[in-house]
Write a protein that binds this ligand. Structure first.
Ligand SMILES: [Fe+2]
Ligand SMILES: [Fe+2]
Length: 393
């Protein structure tokens, strides 16, 4: 395999073309658990090498989970029934958001993300000088990129919620799941409408997000779908929504995020209660270890690789290497806060469902993620509490 040193010595144009493939191979060979490699590998090829999400045509993914019927309609999960009741009471209509508010993504008075989100001095240090207007435009691109990824994630959540509603054995979970399908449909609606009517921009799906969605939609095991969508993607999204909610100076987006956060808090809560007992009681040690490794790989994928390369390709492809861009984004103050809040939400949930055993903890430690392990899990925090915490900070 090409090492970083070899890459560093290649002419920029050649490097630019082969770097994404080198990264893909490095990523796929980093997985130590053969079962995880077997389940994630084909998704890695489809997402990172073939870039199926970026071909400009719809993607078709086969699904082969079992649909579970129960003709006795048991009241089997009081906590899920409670969430179902709460979800029905808290439904809202996307049309009622303040769409009349005029949004100018480049307006410095009401920035979608704050000026200091990216470290423009660091960019200058690499010889790239942007004008004031260009800096505002780049900020606006980064914001549109994030919102586009939220939207693509919501599409994944919509279909995953539908699959999980079919596949789970808890009847109360199925009723609850029906509300989540509606919630995710609404999230697709409002994020798309915002991007389309306020930002006039839509970025393609990030390859790494595609890999995760592809893997969980095609996996036949309901608990892996759950783990991937309800715990990992939704957990991280909840952190990301919260950060943007806190940072944004644009009132329409703030209101939109506030409504979405309340729904998402229920979704993650559901994921935690559905998996907690299942992982502890139903799985063999080996099966649990596989989930644990799978979750860790996904966490790393999101921490190391979710770095707006699509913005890089648009702006800096001929001026910076992907590695330099990755460093610039990783070090930027805005993304640092994002990472912190995302993992603060995610890691306690992994603990709660039993996927932070002594075996895996050193890996999280090395990745700098163990600092979040002691926080409140989704079962201990409602959407309102989460918002109050964000407003107070
Ligand atoms: Fe959602
Ligand atoms: Fe959700």
């Amino acid at each position: 395999m090409l090492s970083d040193k070899v890459l560093d010595n290649l002419p920029h144009e050649i490097r630019r073309r082969i770097e994404p493939y080198v990264e893909a191979v490095q990523l796929m060979t980093a997985t130590k658990n053969p079962k995880v490699l077997k389940s994630m590998g084909p998704s890695g090829v489809r997402g990172l090498i073939l870039q199926r999400g970026k071909q400009g045509v719809p993607t078709k993914m086969p699904s082969n989970h079992e649909v579970y019927f129960d003709w006795t309609y048991p009241n089997d999960q009081p906590e899920m029934r409670e969430l179902y009741t709460r979800a029905k009471e808290q439904q809202w209509n996307g049309d009622d958001l303040p769409w009349h508010i005029d949004v100018d993504p480049e307006n410095p008075e009401k920035p979608i993300i704050p000026r200091h989100f990216m470290d423009y001095d660091a960019l200058r240090g690499r010889g790239i000088k942007l004008t004031d207007l260009e800096e505002r435009r780049l900020n606006s691109s980064v914001a549109a990129w994030m919102l586009s990824q939220f939207l693509h994630g919501e599409q994944g959540a919509l279909f995953a919620a539908a699959q999980v509603t079919e596949a789970v054995q808890f009847f109360d979970g199925k009723l609850y799941g029906a509300t989540q399908v509606v919630d995710e449909g609404r999230h697709v609606e409002v994020f798309h409408r915002y991007l389309d009517s306020k930002m006039n921009k839509l970025y393609q799906i990030n390859d790494n997000l595609f890999v995760i969605i592809d893997a969980l939609i095609q996996d036949s095991r309901w608990d892996v779908k759950f783990l991937g969508m309800q715990i990992m993607v939704e957990g991280l999204a909840l952190g990301a929504f919260g950060t943007l909610y806190q940072m944004t100076g644009e009132p329409m987006l703030k209101q939109l995020l506030k409504m979405v956060i309340q729904d998402e808090a229920r979704h993650v809560h559901y994921g935690v209660i559905a998996l907690r007992d299942h992982f502890r009681q139903e799985l063999t040690d080996r099966e649990r270890r596989e989930r644990e490794d799978w979750a860790f790989e996904v966490a790393l994928l999101m921490r190391n690789r979710f770095l707006s390369f699509e913005v890089y390709e648009e702006w800096f492809e001929h001026k910076l290497t992907r590695k330099e861009w990755a460093q610039f984004v990783t070090d930027s103050p805005g993304f640092a806060i994002f990472r912190q809040v995302m993992f603060k939400r995610l890691v306690p949930n992994l603990r709660e469902i039993g996927l932070l055993s002594d075996r895996i903890r050193p890996h999280y430690e090395r990745a700098g993620l163990m600092q979040y392990a002691g926080g409140a899990s989704a079962t201990q925090l409602s959407g309102d509490q989460m918002l109050a915490e964000l407003d107070a900070a």
